[in-house]
Design a protein around this ligand. Sequence first.
Ligand code: HEM
Length: 109
Amino acid sequence: MSRLPEVWGEDAHLWNPRRFFDLDKEKQTTVGLYANLMSFGSGSKACLGWRFAVIELQSLLVDLIENFEIDIPAEKPDIQRVPAGVMIPMIRNQMRLGSQMPLKLTPLN
Ligand code: HEM
């Protein structure tokens, strides 16, 4: 559902945050709790903590973006998108170490 081209368009597989500003509401069937995505499930057993989770992630992201320059590390790890219930990042040849997303953070002040 979260990646159906019929709902999101031909670029459904691409990371494109702008799509949420340009939503064609005629094409949307509202099933999920948030942003018409299924990340938090749907219906009577859907996630109770979705608002908390969204606000927590937004505040974490704002704090990181305000205080750090974020870059890809010099050794350029080969990050793969791996299905594991949800899609998670893993590094090729280091999958036994689990989910990893190494980034270079440089303090701005
Ligand atoms: C990014 C973070 C989170 C994601 C992606 C997520 C996702 C989900 C999903 C997919 C379900 C199952 C929905 C279904 O069966 O249809 C669920 C259930 C649930 N979630 Fe979350 N969740 C998140 C964070 C949280 C947080 C922070 C809390 C509590 C503070 C929470 C509390 C619950 C509870 C209590 C249920 C069970 C609801 C029920 O069975 O009636 N979740 N969550």
